[in-house]
Design a protein around this ligand. Structure first.
Ligand code: FAD
Length: 474
């Protein structure tokens, strides 16, 4: 049996960082990976989706400035856009990431890992060979999620697109129907529409991006409409079938209509990849999300040995937060290995507490949307006495200089009892870059009177911060 201090199951962003930080603190670590080192993020999620979105955004940026607009007359070149995406993903070739593990002194065992009781992981290789790994200090489950499919008759028989096909396809479908109204649905609708697809979004709810500030969904709805995407709110697909001869798909909806398209993308959420992870061997239920404390220790299992990091714990399903949790988890494991308890609650390096109050999220639609912290509604529901202020970013000089048709909104949620920002939502060009300023304010709990002295440069879009503080009354 091979023994390591830390056995990591899943080599996505979470697993790579846990292992890297563990080795950096003097522990030994092995990563078990069933598919490609780098995980969903590198090959079928963040990286390819942003690679598909960037050319359309760059084109739109140029076309938003008079004098430049007139020079950009052609549509995107899909073949080049897809080839550029492939340069980022290597079409799933993980040699570079596997080499990184090797260079960092992290062992890699390829195969499907399953818990086999406390501190043991049994790995089944592609050739059926089985190897058991033992963890001296910790087993860290970083197995991520897989797409959840909506209950639509026939969906499992048509070769439905999930995030995997939507980010790796080699041809642009003429007509794409997207089921869903969340981040993945909005981004992929934007990307494929920019590449020439005729796109229809079927949204069960009455708004996009529910859970965000309402202005986020409203702005993205308008932006998708401007791009020529058809959005049907309050409509669900009930049945789909692919024609054997034409290969077209007919989508029947619950309002009695039918749509014909070439591909259907299901983007309605994720479920944890825990069904075949040996959870029952340690008293957990297969298929469940793994609840953890701030050090990412699985709360339902006794002892200090089982952790779950990244999407699989459902705390903040984003790559940067997965890596943040990974840094915290590795620090906690090292701390406990040194005989110290790794108590949380005071922003220690082993505490991933920002998950709960300051997770930033960027949506690369047109307009872009970004947020950090609590929405006004969530803050009120949490019992905070908050006041929200809004400002139109287009009224900032730097924004008007940036783009002739700049359109954006900024909303701050201020905890009145402490005089600090607890949430911020931005829409418009560069919102995804601007949000980090808000993250610093939220995490730093910077009093507004102090923030007043953080003077944004003229003429930048960041001057919206000054306007927001003035709107608040400073
Ligand atoms: C279309 C799309 C776009 C996204 N865009 C963004 C974005 O722009 N920014 C952002 O922050 N987040 C984005 N996300 C979310 C992001 O992809 C995830 O938060 C991130 O991948 C989570 O990392 P992870 O390591 O937890 O899991 P994953 O990346 O899913 O990695 C899990 C790894 O574990 C392996 N594995 C699973 N089970 C086993 C097993 N039993 N044995 C061995 N190996 C196993 C898998 O093969 C995989 O490599 C996007 C998601 C989607 C779907």
């Amino acid at each position: 049996m091979d023994t390591y201090d830390v056995v990591v199951v899943g080599g996505g962003p979470a697993g790579e960082v846990v292992a890297g930080r563990a080795v950096g603190s003097g522990l030994t670590a092995v990563v078990v990976e069933a598919d490609a080192v780098g995980g969903e993020c590198s090959y079928r999620a963040c990286v390819p989706s942003k690679a598909l979105l960037r050319p359309g955004a760059a084109r739109a940026d140029a076309r938003s400035v008079d004098g430049a607009r007139q020079t950009v007359t052609a549509a995107l070149d899909p073949a080049r856009v897809l080839a550029r995406r492939d340069r980022f993903t290597g079409r799933g070739d993980d040699t570079g990431q596997a080499d990184w593990l090797d260079g960092a002194g992290i062992a890699l065992v390829r195969g499907h890992g399953r818990l086999a009781g406390a501190r043991r992981v049994r790995v089944t290789g592609a050739d059926g060979t089985v190897r058991t790994l033992r963890a001296r200090r910790a087993v860290v489950l970083c197995t991520g999620t897989e797409p959840a499919l909506p209950p639509v008759d026939g969906l499992d028989r048509i070769g439905v697109w999930t995030n995997r096909q939507a980010t790796t396809a080699d041809a642009v479908p003429e007509r794409l129907v997207v089921i869903g109204g969340g981040v993945v649905a909005c981004e992929m609708a934007t990307a494929w529409r920019s590449l020439g697809s005729s796109v229809t979004l079927l949204v069960r709810d009455q708004a996009l991006l529910t859970g965000w500030e309402p202005c986020a969904g409203e702005e993205v709805t308008r932006g998708l409409g401007d791009l020529g995407v058809t959005i049907r709110f309050g409509v669900s697909a009930v049945r789909v079938a692919r024609d054997g001869a034409t290969r077209t798909v007919t989508v029947e909806t619950d309002d009695g209509t039918a749509l014909v398209c070439d591909e259907v993308l299901a983007a309605v959420g994720r479920r944890p990849r825990t069904a075949d992870l040996g959870l029952d061997s340690v008293g957990l239920r297969p298929g469940d999300w793994l609840a953890v404390d701030d050090t990412c220790r699985v709360t339902a299992v006794d002892g200090d040995w089982l952790y779950a990091v990244g999407d699989v714990n459902r705390r903040a399903p984003l790559t940067h937060m997965a890596k943040y949790q990974a840094r915290a988890c590795a620090a906690a494991v090292a701390e406990r290995a040194a005989g110290r308890p790794a108590v949380t609650g005071g922003r220690q390096p082993w505490s991933a507490e920002a998950d709960r109050f300051a997770a930033p999220q960027a949506v690369f639609t047109r307009p872009e949307v970004a947020s950090v912290g609590l929405t006004e509604r969530a803050a009120r529901e949490a019992g905070l006495a908050v006041r929200a202020v809004e400002y139109r970013v287009d009224d900032v000089a730097g924004a008007a200089l940036h783009a002739d048709d700049y359109r954006g909104l900024a909303k701050l949620v201020v905890d009145e009892s402490r005089g600090v920002v607890v949430g911020c939502t931005l829409t418009g060009p560069m919102a995804t870059e601007l949000i980090h300023t808000a993250t610093v304010a939220v995490v730093g709990e910077v009093p507004l009177e102090r923030l007043w002295h953080a003077v944004p440069a003229f003429p930048t879009v960041s001057e919206v911060w000054l306007r927001l503080l003035e709107a608040y009354g400073l």
